[in-house]
Design a binder for this molecule. Structure first.
Ligand SMILES: Cc1cc2nc3c(=O)[nH]c(=O)nc-3n(C[C@H](O)[C@H](O)[C@H](O)COP(=O)(O)OP(=O)(O)OC[C@H]3O[C@@H](n4cnc5c(N)ncnc54)[C@H](O)[C@@H]3O)c2cc1C
Length: 306
């Protein structure tokens, strides 16, 4: 697919045609034309500069837990920042975490340091970088944005520290998403809390998830955003969509705002099922649902993402 694309300098250590299904939580998606796991921020900058010079889009993949990648893949340079931005440093009641750090690991590390505030993140299988794009949070109002003091970004080749006042956090979106900057990490303000209390709360939250969400199946978390004052899951269930299928994809019988699959689905199946759900919900309730999951692909996205 990518034979006419430029050859990357070997110093950048990019590989070709990496199947992104290996890196997404849904285990779906075609290849990235170029894939890299740079070891340092400097190497990230070198790759970004090369991609810009070649006119190639650059994307960062975190945990791949909020992303649906086209079956044909993406003609982009895709980076994992787990190595370059994988450190966590505690100082007093603050933690500075790299964007490649997984949220559940960070929540556990904070608990071990007798710091509370991140318990809500225990069941969110994404990275700090991904969570800063979507202001990841849970239904009781706790979200990552509520803890942020500063965010470090790589923007136009320069590392910059953005103060909280420079950032906007709202329901499942932030100004960082619109900026297109590569997020390197963030400093979060936590609060002293005994480890046992933090861990007990995290256990409760995980048990509640296991009872209400299809955690054992391949999924991408909430597929649609909650409309103001309502829940996408309630609307989808009311429209009779639980169990609905398209190809190998199915609306979860446990939680209607989750799409699951057994390994036989394609991303096109998921997008087709989302479109069908959206149209049934619109017919039933008059509400047009908006995807929470993000589409990655070349060219025009499937109808439900337009
Ligand atoms: C089982 C399950 C449960 C979930 N529960 C929740 C929940 O309770 N609350 C919630 O809010 N979400 C939830 N999600 C959704 C998802 O986990 C979150 O949105 C998470 O924050 C996504 O992080 P990620 O690293 O996986 O992002 P990815 O899917 O890898 O990426 C998402 C977007 O962020 C961008 N991005 C990632 N890292 C960077 C970076 N360093 N710099 C710039 N851009 C970057 C990507 O390019 C992409 O545009 C759930 C998902 C699953 C599968």
């Amino acid at each position: 697919m990518t034979s006419t694309l430029p050859e990357a300098p070997s110093a950048l250590a990019l590989t070709r045609d990496e199947p992104l299904a290996r890196h997404t939580y849904m285990r779906l998606g075609g290849p990235a034309a170029y894939w890299g796991e740079p070891p340092t921020i400097e190497a990230v900058g070198d790759i970004a500069a090369w991609a810009a010079a070649e006119g190639l889009p650059l994307r960062v993949l975190g945990g791949g837990s909020n992303t649906l990648v086209a079956d044909d893949g993406v003609t982009s340079v895709v980076l994992s920042l787990r190595a370059a931005c994988g450190d966590t440093r505690f100082e007093g009641d603050r933690v500075t975490a790299g964007s490649g750090v997984m949220l559940p690991a960070l929540a556990r590390a904070a608990a071990a340091a007798n710091l509370g505030g991140l318990e809500f993140a225990i069941g969110i299988p994404g990275t700090v970088g991904g969570a800063l794009q979507s202001n990841a949070g849970i239904g009781d109002g706790r979200d990552l944005g509520g803890l942020v003091e500063t965010v470090e970004v790589l923007d136009g080749g320069a590392v910059r520290t953005l103060a909280r006042d420079d950032l906007e956090f709202a329901y499942r979106t932030t100004s960082l998403r619109r900026s297109g900057a590569i997020v390197l990490g963030a400093t979060l303000r936590l609060a002293p809390r005994p480890r046992e209390e933090c861990e007990a709360e995290m256990t409760r939250l995980l048990e509640a998830r296991q009872a209400s969400q299809p955690t054992a199946e391949r999924n991408a978390g909430s597929i649609f955003r909650n409309p103001e004052g309502d829940h996408a899951g309630r609307l989808i269930e009311a429209a009779g969509c639980k169990g609905l299928t398209a190809g190998g994809a199915q609306v979860s019988e446990l939680h209607a705002n989750f799409i699951v699959h057994d390994g036989s689905a394609t991303s096109a199946d998921v997008a087709a099922l989302m479109l069908e759900v959206r149209s049934r919900v619109a017919a039933d309730s008059g509400v047009t649902l908006v995807p929470e999951v993000e589409w990655w692909g070349d060219g025009e996205p499937p109808e439900v993402f337009r």
